[in-house]
Structures are given as C-alpha cells and as structure tokens.
Design a protein around this ligand. Structure first.
Ligand SMILES: NC(=O)c1ccc[n+]([C@@H]2O[C@H](COP(=O)([O-])OP(=O)(O)OC[C@H]3O[C@@H](n4cnc5c(N)ncnc54)[C@H](O)[C@@H]3O)[C@@H](O)[C@H]2O)c1
Length: 373
C-alpha cells in the first residue's frame, strides 16, 4: 500500500517496549505504529478516527479493525488505563488541519489543549513511563523575527509587503531557540502543548522531548475540503483531476518538506536518544522550498497543468526552513528523502491509487469539464 521505509536506525531501546501512540491511526501516527511493529515493539494506538472518512483509514492508511483503540485522549479513564501499560508515549493526536482550527477554535482548544493536558496528567502519574514525545509543529515560529525579512523595521507590515521582501532572498532558518510567534489558533495550541509538557513533566521527573515537525508530506496523505494544509497532496490531487493549481498569495511562501517516513524515524529517535531528554528539536531537512516550486515539480508529472494565483488565506505563515544542527546532535540523525524524490513517490502512489482522489474533487473536475488523469 505504501512504499516501505528503507534504512532503519531507530530501533535501539524499543524492542519489546509498549508504546502508546495517540492519534495512532492518522497519517503520522499510523506510520509510527507501522515502524514500531517492524522494530518488534508493541504499539498501542489510540485515536478518535474521525479526521477522515472510514475508508481513508482502512484502505489508504491500512488501519484495520483491532489495530486501534478507538477513543479520545480527553477520556481520562481510558488514557490512564492505557498509560499504565506504556513504556513510551508519542502524543500525536490533534486537530491537525490549520483551517479547521481557525473555523472551529473551541474544537481546536478541546482536542489540542484539553486533550494534551489529559495525556500529560496521566504521564506525570505513571511510574512506568520512560519518555513522552510531544508532537509540535514549525507553525509555532510564525513568520519568525520581523528582522528576518528585508524592508522597513515595522512589525505591522502587510503580507503583501512581506511577500515582496521574500521574493529573491534567503528565507529564515528557524533554530529552536527562536521565540514562539504563533499566527493561528492551531499554532497557538501547539505552543501551549510545548510549554505545558515542560510545566507538567519536569517537576514530575518524567523524561520528555518535543518535536517540531516542519511540513509533512508523502503517501498516503489525502486532502480535505475547505483545508489549505498538505500542499503536495493538494497539488497532486488537483493536477490528477485535471484542475489548475492554486498558488495562495503567489506561492512565495517557503516550507521545509519532510517525508512522513523521515518524520516517523525522527520521532522514534526522539523517544530513545539520550541527548533528546527535555529537549525541543526541529524535524526538518534544512532545505527551503517555495510553494511555487512544489507546483512546478507536481506539474512536471502532469503535463498541461495550469497554475494560477489566488489570495493568501488567513494565518498562513510565510514560513522558513529548519535549523537542523540541534536535531543532528540530539537525535544523531537527519532526514533522507529529498523533496523531488518524495514528490515523485507521492505522484506514483496517487496514480496507482484511484481511491486517493476524493469524490468531491472528481465532481469539481467534472463540473469544470475536466477529466481525471
Ligand atoms: N501533517 C503535518 O504537516 C504536520 C506538521 C506539523 C505537525 N503535525 C502534527 O503531527 C501530528 C499528526 O498529524 P497528522 O498529519 O498525522 O494528522 P492526522 O489528522 O492525519 O492525524 C491525527 C489523528 O488524531 C486523531 N485525533 C484528533 N483529536 C483526537 C483526540 N482528542 N483523541 C484521540 N485522537 C484524536 C484524529 O482522528 C486523527 O486520526 C498532529 O499533532 C499534528 O498537529 C503535523
């Protein structure tokens, strides 16, 4: 169903261990669970399984009945029970769609803030737990320091001005020491989770690590209506449907694209690496890629694809790439899959997996007189 990970190095210390993975049926969680099985660990996946239609979980993510405890991290009785069995925890459950968090801020706070508190409280009470990894996001950096962008020193510069500054210059590199400047509800919930992890687990003497994922992509990621997250999947799906690609704000935003196989590997390393105890670490490639470049790469696989400019959505950061020095030091590792290769793999998977093209996108294409390719 998905291409297998090659080159394993995260196994140390996880063989035979029970690892609670919240959000364990989601894109990242299911990949982590798969890796844990390969490593001889005992993954315990907990997930609401309501972020996608059931067929996506079953057919695309390969999550079968009996693989997952279907439940909510806010269910403290359930979380406490699972926590008692856990040697390690990866807390990846979240409302992960930035636009949905903006539309439904209370839901974002319920899942990402209250849910995280429930997991942290249970972790702090555990006598068995060796380490918890809190999954955060590079969105906590926002646009970085205003000084990162050329032009007048004015915190209130418009997006248009900032974009004009971005074009043709090096984007910022976000080191972990940067101040947190969330621009969206989603990012704010992640900033809360990071700080709360330290506030709850440090005094309890529980080992933890925070991982800040940059832009995750790779098969079997699928798109959702009304979302602007997951641009590789969006562009590939629209191109496959024969629809034009939308460059929000001109596509000058910069992202650091990390393949989901690398994300899983880096997260497992953070679970066990001695040097990542109580450390917040980026998981990124250190390589900036503009959204426009992603559109060009995807369009290269679907000749004749049109690319058009559309307005910038609110809360969409201009972005940057990961500083990777601490990641390399703390995890003894760096991602292996480059964006060109990763996009080619994604397109190959999409072309061979018709179920990955959602019905609503097919209908949009048909209404526009386009035929899926
Ligand atoms: N995808 C990215 O680009 C990206 C980037 C940075 C960080 N992250 C973070 O990585 C983690 C995994 O993201 P993903 O892309 O796999 O998202 P996803 O939506 O595929 O998976 C998250 C899963 O968590 C589940 N979930 C949500 N609330 C829950 C709750 N209260 N209790 C139990 N389960 C719950 C959902 O049903 C979903 O299956 C999230 O924490 C996300 O914020 C993702």
């Amino acid at each position: 169903m998905t291409e297998r990970h090659s080159g394993s190095d995260s196994g140390t210390g996880l063989e035979g261990a029970t690892v609670l993975v919240t959000g364990g049926a989601g894109l990242v969680g299911s990949r982590i669970v798969g890796r844990l099985r390969e490593l001889g660990a005992r993954p315990l996946a907990l997930c609401t399984m309501d972020a996608y239609p059931p067929t996506v979980y079953r057919k695309l993510f390969g999550v079968g009945a009996g693989h997952v405890v279907t439940g909510d991290v806010r269910d403290t009785v359930l979380v406490n029970r699972l926590m008692r069995e856990a040697d390690f925890v990866v807390h990846a459950a979240a409302l992960a769609d930035v636009a949905a968090c903006t539309r439904l801020p209370q839901d974002a706070i319920d899942h990402n803030v209250s849910g995280t508190q429930a997991v942290l409280s249970a972790a702090a009470a555990s006598r068995r737990l060796k380490r918890l990894v809190f999954v955060s996001s590079a969105s906590v950096y926002g646009n970085g320091n205003p000084d990162d962008w050329a032009g007048p020193r004015d915190e209130h510069r418009s997006t248009r001005e900032l974009l004009a500054c971005v074009y043709g210059q090096m984007p910022p590199r976000f080191g972990e020491e940067r101040p947190l400047r969330p621009l969206s509800v989603y990012a704010n919930t992640k900033a809360f989770g990071e700080i709360q992890t330290e506030l709850v687990l440090r005094p309890a003497g529980t080992s933890y690590s925070v991982v800040r994922y940059f832009s995750v992509y790779g098969q079997p990621q699928v798109i959702k209506p009304g979302s602007h997250s997951w641009v590789v999947a969006w562009f590939a799906a629209r191109a496959a449907a024969g629809l034009p690609l939308h460059l929000n704000g001109g596509g000058h935003q910069v992202r650091d694209f990390v393949h989901v196989d690398d994300i899983a590997e880096g997260t497992l390393r953070a679970l066990t690496a001695p040097a990542s105890d109580r450390v917040t670490v980026n998981i990124g490639t250190g390589r900036p890629t503009t959204i426009r470049r992603v559109a060009d790469l995807v369009a290269g696989h679907f000749p004749g694809t049109r690319i058009m400019e559309t307005p910038m959505p609110p809360g969409d950061p201009l972005g940057g790439c990961a500083g990777t020095a601490l990641m390399q030091r703390a995890l003894g590792w760096q991602p292996r899959i480059g964006v060109e290769d990763g996009i080619a793999r994604y397109v190959r998977w999409l072309k061979s997996t018709p179920a990955a093209l959602p019905g609503w996108l097919r209908q949009e294409a048909e209404a526009a007189g386009r035929r899926p390719r």
